[in-house]
Design a protein. Structure first.
Ligand code: PMV
Length: 314
């Protein structure tokens, strides 16, 4: 039986989360060590399109009647079929699998949606341009997160380091030298919708204070881009990770467990470390010299990390 496949990487936000919701720049990179995959096969006649998320143990039929409740994956599949002018009553089985940890800030939902879009484009024999994939995935992100800035769908669709400002075309850029990140999962789900909502409430109460924090984060992102693109001065980049982390803590999105992991990474020789994504749970990222990666990895596992991924950003 012929199959059609799409895949997409995980991602981490390097710097600028939360401030990006308020129009400041953020930097995100793909994590190719984890991937999401969608495979389309023909199903029995008159079964319609069924999306099978094996890791979640769930199946989602394509919703073809107006007003019915739609899972984000069904929605993104329907929008993709409509975009390609394909009928909605096809007999397809779309199997989704992923090695990306769920609800941990590595973009598992966006990556599964991107894989799904790419598989449908492959089946239709059409090239899937990153801008189109990104826009379609954004629609599923809105269901997962409420009011996402759009950074996750962008970095996952482009599969490259991205400089992201809400509402502006994303800028893809290349590091002047590769660098290594150790990514550690706290094992606590990251409630992005909740942390974004809490930051908004706090910002509404003290707009000047929070705008000043966002401005500081913005300057850190600017400096970091210069280092990544131009100088490759990693110890300075590590300091910027630490500074960004202090500001994220001031926004109220860090937690005891995250701080414990960050301290362990720094003690083991990381050049700098910070939470990544929505915060409170999810992942931390530590910037390391290659020689220190194993030590930092072990220290993080010992401090209670549930999973550690080492990725090279090139
Ligand atoms: O939790 P994640 O990795 O999906 O990232 C959320 C990033 C925020 O800046 C907190 C929200 C957003 O929409 O950009």
């Amino acid at each position: 039986m012929q199959t059609f496949q799409g895949s997409a990487p995980g991602k981490v936000i390097l710097l600028g989360e939360h401030a990006v919701v308020y129009g400041r720049p953020a930097i995100a990179v793909p994590v190719w060590e984890t991937t999401a995959t969608a495979v389309i096969t023909d199903s029995e006649p008159r079964r319609g399109v069924t999306i099978v998320a094996r890791d979640l143990g769930q199946e989602f039929p394509l919703v073809t009647s107006a007003g019915a409740e739609e899972h984000p994956f069904s929605r993104v599949a329907r929008l993709t079929l409509e975009r390609l002018h394909l009928p909605l009553n096809l007999d397809w089985r779309i199997a989704l699998t992923s090695t990306i940890p769920i609800a941990s800030g590595l973009g598992s939902g966006a990556a599964l949606s991107a894989a799904l879009v790419r598989a449908i484009f492959a089946k239709a024999g059409e090239p899937a341009e990153p801008t189109v994939v990104s826009a379609l995935v954004y629609e599923s992100e809105r269901y997962f997160h409420g009011t996402p800035s759009g950074i996750d769908n962008t970095v996952i669709a482009y599969g490259a380091p991205v400089w992201f400002v809400k509402g502006a075309p994303p800028q893809i850029f290349t590091p002047c030298r590769p660098f290594t990140l150790v990514i550690a999962d706290s094992g606590i789900a990251s409630p992005t919708k909740e942390t974004v909502g809490d930051v908004r409430q706090a910002w509404q109460k003290q707009p000047n204070h929070f705008e000043a924090i966002f401005d500081e984060i913005s300057q850190i992102a600017e400096q970091a881009r210069h280092i990544i693109e131009q100088t490759g001065h990693l110890s300075k980049l590590g300091q910027l990770f630490n500074e960004n982390q202090c500001l994220l803590a001031a926004l109220g999105v860090s937690s005891q467990m995250l701080e414990k992991l960050l301290a362990a990474a720094r003690r083991a020789g990381a050049l700098g470390a910070k939470l990544s994504g929505g915060g409170r749970g999810g992942n931390i990222i530590a910037l390391v010299e290659d020689a220190a990666a194993d030590e930092v990895r072990s220290a993080l596992l010992q401090a209670g990390a549930k999973q550690v991924i080492v990725t090279r950003v090139a």
